[in-house]
Design a protein around this ligand. Structure first.
Ligand code: ATP
Ligand code: MG
Length: 570
C-alpha cells in the first residue's frame, strides 16, 4: 500500500476494499484494474466524485490502475464539451494520485467505449452464431407487452426462431443502414421466464441513424449500455467493475454476456455500492442540465452548482472533496448525507490553508480624529495563525478606515460587544478605539463615526493588556482596493427539493447569490486563482475567473460557521 500525503486521511476500509484485498491475496488478477466510466452527457457532480475517489483510490492503494473510460454509446446526448470537461475535472480531483494510477490509452487519451464498436459488433456476430442472439422486428410497445411483469412470465418474440443465416444477414443490413430507426433490434436469446426483467431477452443493439461525436456517421446501430459496458470492461482487463446499487439487478446479465462471449480468464466482476445523496441538492445530470438550460444558474460551473467544476470555481479544493469521499465511506445502504458534512469538510480544509486577510463587505466610514491626515501606523498581521513559516505582512492604519456596518449599533442590543456610541472596541492587529460621535445624512442614517484611538493599546504597548469585549476587523479607507464580492449560499431552501413530487425549481433559494462592493486590504490586489483566503471574521473566499486587474472579483466559498445549523436543529 502507498503512504498517504499529509492532506489525505488514512485510506478507509470498506466491503469493496475487502473484496479487492482478497483478490490480491488470492492472486486472481495480474493487477487490480478499476475504471471510472462516465457518459459524456453532462458535467461531473459530487456524486461522481465519490465514485472517482473510490475507483482511483482503490487503484492507488493496491498498486493498480484505474481507467478513465467515456461510456459514449448513446450518440444523441453526448458532446465533446462534456468529454473535455470530464477529463479536466477528473484530473483536477485526483491531482497527484494520477501518477501511475490513471489508466489512459498509449496516446494519452481516455478509453472510449466507441473505440470498441467494431469489436463489440464482432462479439454480437459470435453470439448469433452460438444461437444466443436474434434480430427482432417487434416495436418497442410490442416488446414491452411480450416482456410481462416480474410475477408473470413473458412470452418469447415470434422472431426468436429465425435461422442463424437470416439473423447474420439482417444484422449486417442493420449495420449497413438498410432499416429505419426502431424497426429492428438485436436481442439476446435468454430467458423470458426469469423473475429478473433484465434477463428477458434484452435488447443488445438498436438502430439509431444519428452521427456520433467520435465515430461520425460510421454506424447506424449502437450497442445498449448493458451490452457495451460489461464487454468494454472485459476488453480492458478490468478486475473490479464498481458501480452504484441500481445496477445490482443488471449483474446477472453482465455475467451472462461476459461468459457468453467467453474470451476472458480471469474475467471482470461487478460490485455495487450506495450512491451519494445529499440534502439541499439536486444531483442528476438531467436536472442540472435543466438549471443550466433555463438559465437559473450561469452555467455548469456556476459556483452554486454541485458539479466538480462549480465547486472548483467556488474555491473548494480537491483535497476537501477527497477527504469528504473518504470520510463518508462506502456501504450498500441507501442513505442521505447532510450537505453540512461536505461544508464542514470544506471549512476544515480551508481553515488549515487559507491566508488570513482583512476585508470589509458592507463598509461604514470611521474617522480617527486624534490621528493626523496622511499619517500611517503600520500594523503587523500574521498570514496563518499558529504558523510562523507562513509569515506576516504590514497593513496600514490611517486616519480614515472602513469597518463593517454590522459592527456598529447606534442603539445596541443587549450583550452587543462591538462598537456603540461612547463604547470601545479593539481593531484587530491595531488599537482600541472609542466612538465619540456620529455623522448622519438627511434621512438619519449613520454615515460616519468619529472615534479616538488609544495608541498605547497595541500589542506590546503600555495599555495592551486593557480588556475590551469586542474585536472587529477593518481596512484603511485610503489604502485599500475595491472588489466585487459574490456571496454564495445554498441553491435550495428545502432539505428535499423534490419532496412530494414538487418541482425543485419552486424551492430555489432567492438569496443564493448576493453581490456586494467590498473594500479589501491592498495585498489582495495580488490574489491568485490557486490561493485560498479567509477574510477574517467573515468567511473563506477565492479569486473568481471573471477577475481582472483593477476589477477584482471574489467568491465566497463557505461561511466560517454553519448558518443553517439552527434551521436544521443542529
Ligand atoms: P446521473 O444519474 O447524475 O445522470 P449517471 O449515473 O447517469 O449520473 P454516469 O456518467 O453514467 O452518470 O456515471 C458515471 C459513474 O459515476 C457511474 O459508475 C455511476 O455509478 C457513478 N455515479 C453517478 N452518480 C453517483 C452518485 N450520486 N454517487 C456515487 N456514484 C455515482
Ligand atoms: Mg448514466
Amino acid at each position: 500500500m502507498t503512504t498517504d500525503s499529509p492532506n489525505t486521511p488514512a485510506a478507509p476500509s470498506d466491503f469493496i476494499r475487502d473484496i479487492v484485498a482478497q483478490a490480491v491475496v488470492e492472486g486472481t488478477y495480474p493487477r487490480v484494474t478499476t475504471r471510472f466510466p462516465p457518459e459524456p452527457n453532462g458535467y461531473l457532480h459530487i456524486g461522481h466524485a465519490k465514485s472517482i475517489c473510490l475507483n482511483f483510490g482503490i487503484a492507488r492503494e493496491f498498486g493498480g490502475v484505474c481507467h478513465l473510460r467515456m461510456d459514449d454509446t448513446n450518440p444523441t446526448k453526448e458532446d465533446v464539451e462534456y468529454d473535455e470537461s470530464i477529463q479536466r475535472d477528473v484530473r483536477w480531483l485526483i491531482g497527484g494520485w494520477a501518477d501511475g494510477v490513471m489508466g489512459l490509452k498509449e496516446n494519452g487519451e481516455p478509453f472510449y467505449a466507441s473505440d470498441y464498436f467494431e469489436q463489440l459488433y464482432g462479439f454480437a456476430v459470435s453470439l448469433i452464431k452460438k444461437g444466443l442472439a436474434f434480430v427482432c422486428d417487434l416495436t418497442a410497445e410490442e416488446m414491452a407487452a411480450h416482456r410481462g411483469v416480474p410475477s408473470v412470465p413473458g412470452t418469447r418474440s415470434p422472431f426468436a426462431e429465425r435461422s442463424m443465416e437470416e439473423n447474420l444477414d439482417l444484422f449486417a443490413r442493420m449495420r449497413a443502414g438498410e432499416f429505419g430507426d426502431g424497426t429492428k433490434t438485436l436481442r439476446a436469446k435468454l430467458d423470458m421466464t426469469s423473475p429478473n426483467i433484465h434477463m428477458r431477452d434484452p435488447v443488445l443493439y438498436r438502430i439509431r441513424k444519428v452521427a456520433h461525436h467520435r465515430t461520425g456517421a460510421a454506424w447506424a446501430i449502437y450497442p445498449m449500455y448493458d451490452y457495451a459496458h460489461c464487454l468494454s470492461d472485459a476488453i480492458e482487463g478490468i478486475s473490479h467493475s464498481i458501480c452504484t446499487l441500481e445496477f445490482e439487478v443488471h449483474r446477472p446479465l453482465y455475467d451472462w454476456l461476459v461468459d457468453a462471449v467467453g474470451l476472458w480468464n480471469p474475467r471482470p466482476r461487478q460490485y455495487e455500492f450506495a450512491r451519494l445523496n445529499l440534502n439541499y441538492t439536486v444531483m442528476s445530470k438531467r436536472k442540472l442540465l435543466q438549471l443550466v438550460d433555463e438559465r437559473l444558474v450561469t452555467g455548469w460551473d456556476d459556483p452554486r452548482m454541485p458539479t466538480i467544476s462549480g465547486m472548483r470555481r467556488r474555491g473548494v479544493t480537491p483535497e476537501a472533496l477527497r477527504n469528504f469521499a473518504y470520510h463518508i465511506g462506502v456501504t450498500k445502504f441507501k442513505s442521505l448525507t447532510d450537505v453540512a458534512v461536505l461544508e464542514n469538510e470544506i471549512r476544515s480544509d480551508l481553515n488549515a490553508r487559507a491566508l488570513r486577510r482583512l476585508a470589509v463587505l458592507r463598509p461604514l466610514k470611521v474617522v480617527i480624529v486624534n490621528f493626523p491626515e496622511g499619517g500611517v501606523a503600520p500594523c503587523v498581521a500574521g498570514n496563518l495563525p499558529n504558523d510562523e513559516a507562513a509569515g506576516t505582512r504590514e497593513i496600514a492604519f490611517t486616519r480614515e478606515l472602513w469597518i463593517e456596518q454590522d459592527d456598529f449599533m447606534e442603539v445596541p442590543a443587549p450583550k452587543y460587544f462591538r462598537l456603540k456610541p461612547g463604547g470601545e472596541v479593539r481593531l484587530k492587529y491595531a488599537f482600541i478605539i472609542k466612538c465619540e460621535s456620529l455623522v448622519k445624512d438627511a434621512e438619519g442614517k449613520v454615515t460616519e463615526l468619529h472615534c479616538t484611538a488609544d495608541f498605547d493599546s497595541r500589542s506590546g504597548g503600555p495599555t495592551a493588556g486593557r480588556k475590551v469585549k469586542g474585536t472587529i476587523h477593518w481596512v484603511s479607507a485610503t489604502e485599500c482596493v475595491d472588489a466585487e464580492v459574490r456571496l454564495y449560499d445554498r441553491l435550495f431552501t428545502e432539505a428535499d427539493p423534490e419532496a412530494d413530487g414538487r418541482d425543485f425549481k419552486t424551492v430555489m433559494n432567492p438569496h443564493s447569490l448576493k453581490v456586494v462592493r467590498a473594500k479589501l486590504e491592498p495585498s489582495l490586489a495580488a490574489a491568485t486563482l490557486v490561493e485560498r483566503y479567509q477574510f477574517e471574521r467573515l468567511a473563506y473566499f477565492c479569486l473568481d475567473l471573471d477577475s481582472k486587474p483593477g476589477a477584482l472579483v471574489f467568491n465566497r466559498t463557505i461561511t466560517l460557521k454553519d448558518a443553517w445549523a439552527k434551521e436544521a436543529g443542529r
